[in-house]
Every structure is written in structure tokens, then in C-alpha cells.
Design a binder for this molecule. Structure first.
Ligand SMILES: *[C@@H]1O[C@H](CO)[C@@H](O)[C@H](O)[C@H]1NC(C)=O
Ligand SMILES: *[C@@H]1O[C@H](CO)[C@@H](O)[C@H](O)[C@H]1NC(C)=O
Ligand SMILES: *[C@@H]1O[C@H](CO)[C@@H](O)[C@H](O)[C@H]1NC(C)=O
Ligand SMILES: *[C@@H]1O[C@H](CO)[C@@H](O)[C@H](O)[C@H]1NC(C)=O
Length: 134
């Protein structure tokens, strides 16, 4: 641990008046999600990109493997990630939109060392109805 960095970090945390930031160590990397946003509409079964800002990574990353988890009704389905095992430095990951109930209040959480949550966005049904199974 570099003591000077730590002091700077503590100072930043203190002045930002956000105590939760203190929980993030220097090498905990939580890049901001740039897509989806509140204007995003995903269509079930199509391929879409989840993107995030990799412009400011730390020199050392504790967990370089990313995971994308869907948030439904505010609940994280952590056991069934939409994607996992990609590099958190990629900046994007292409996923297939899962077959879930169409709603306008989905979100995703991108996990590296810790998680950052996207804005709420919409998942809509595919235009052509899928055959119903019995
Ligand atoms: C999470 O992402 C938001 C923007 O979506 C960003 O403002 C925030 O700094 C990020 N959180 C962390 C801990 O990096
Ligand atoms: C995802 O992003 C990559 C890199 O920019 C691009 O090549 C690809 O076409 C994108 N895929 C979709 C589905 O937008
Ligand atoms: C996002 O969706 C969640 C889950 O339905 C909801 O609790 C939350 O209020 C929504 N946030 C915004 C900003 O609409
Ligand atoms: C990711 O890698 C771990 C360890 O190799 C493996 O157990 C897990 O099933 C993988 N997950 C996915 C979604 O590929």
C-alpha cells in the first residue's frame, strides 16, 4: 500500500462526503456503465452490447474478470449471470438479450472487483411471436 495514495484517497473520500466510497480500495475497479441507459430498449433474442468506460483503470486490478447480472424488480440474479469470464478492460461485451418478461425497469450490474449498476432500461418482446410450447 502506498501511504501517499492512501492519504489522497482518504482525503477525496472525506471531502466527497460519501462514506460508502471509503469501502472502495485503490485497486477496486468499478467502471461506469455507458450502455444500457434509460433510453435503451433491448429486444429479446437479439445481440446487444453492454459498454462501460475503461478510461481510468487502476494499475493493478484485483479481479480482472467481469460478470453481467440482470436486475429484475430491483433483485440481482447473481447465480445466473447474462455473461461472465470476460475481461473487465474490454469496455464492451456482446450479449444475447434473455427471454424475460417485457418491462421498462430492468437494470444490469457489471461486476469486476465490485459492481456498478446501470440506469433502468427496457426489454421488449421480439416482434414475431415465438411458438408457444406446451
Ligand atoms: C458507477 O457508474 C456511475 C455512472 O454510471 C459513476 O458515476 C460512478 O462513479 C460509478 N461508481 C463507481 C464506484 O465507480
Ligand atoms: C459491439 O461492439 C463491437 C465493438 O465496437 C462492434 O464490433 C459490434 O458490432 C457491436 N455489436 C453490437 C450488437 O452492437
Ligand atoms: C428502477 O427500477 C427499480 C425496480 O423496479 C425501481 O425500484 C427504481 O425505482 C427504478 N429507478 C428509477 C430511477 O426509475
Ligand atoms: C467462468 O469461469 C469459471 C471458472 O473457470 C467457471 O466455473 C464458470 O462456469 C464460468 N462461467 C461462465 C458463465 O462461463
Amino acid at each position: 500500500m502506498n501511504p501517499i495514495l492512501f492519504v489522497l484517497f482518504a482525503l477525496f473520500s472525506f471531502t466527497s462526503a460519501l462514506p460508502t466510497l471509503i469501502a472502495y480500495k485503490r485497486d477496486v475497479y468499478v467502471p461506469p456503465i455507458t450502455s444500457p441507459t434509460q433510453d435503451t430498449i433491448w429486444t429479446i433474442g437479439t445481440q446487444v452490447n453492454v459498454t462501460w468506460d475503461t478510461s481510468n483503470p487502476p494499475a493493478q486490478i484485483t479481479n480482472g474478470l467481469g460478470k453481467i447480472v440482470l436486475v429484475t424488480d430491483g433483485l440481482l440474479d447473481y447465480e445466473n449471470p447474462i455473461a461472465a469470464n470476460f475481461s473487465i478492460l474490454d469496455g464492451f461485451h456482446t450479449i444475447t438479450v434473455p427471454d424475460v418478461a417485457p418491462k421498462n425497469d430492468y437494470a444490469i450490474v457489471l461486476f469486476g472487483d465490485s459492481g456498478n449498476r446501470s440506469q433502468n432500461f427496457t426489454i421488449q418482446a421480439a416482434p414475431v411471436a415465438a411458438p408457444t410450447s406446451t
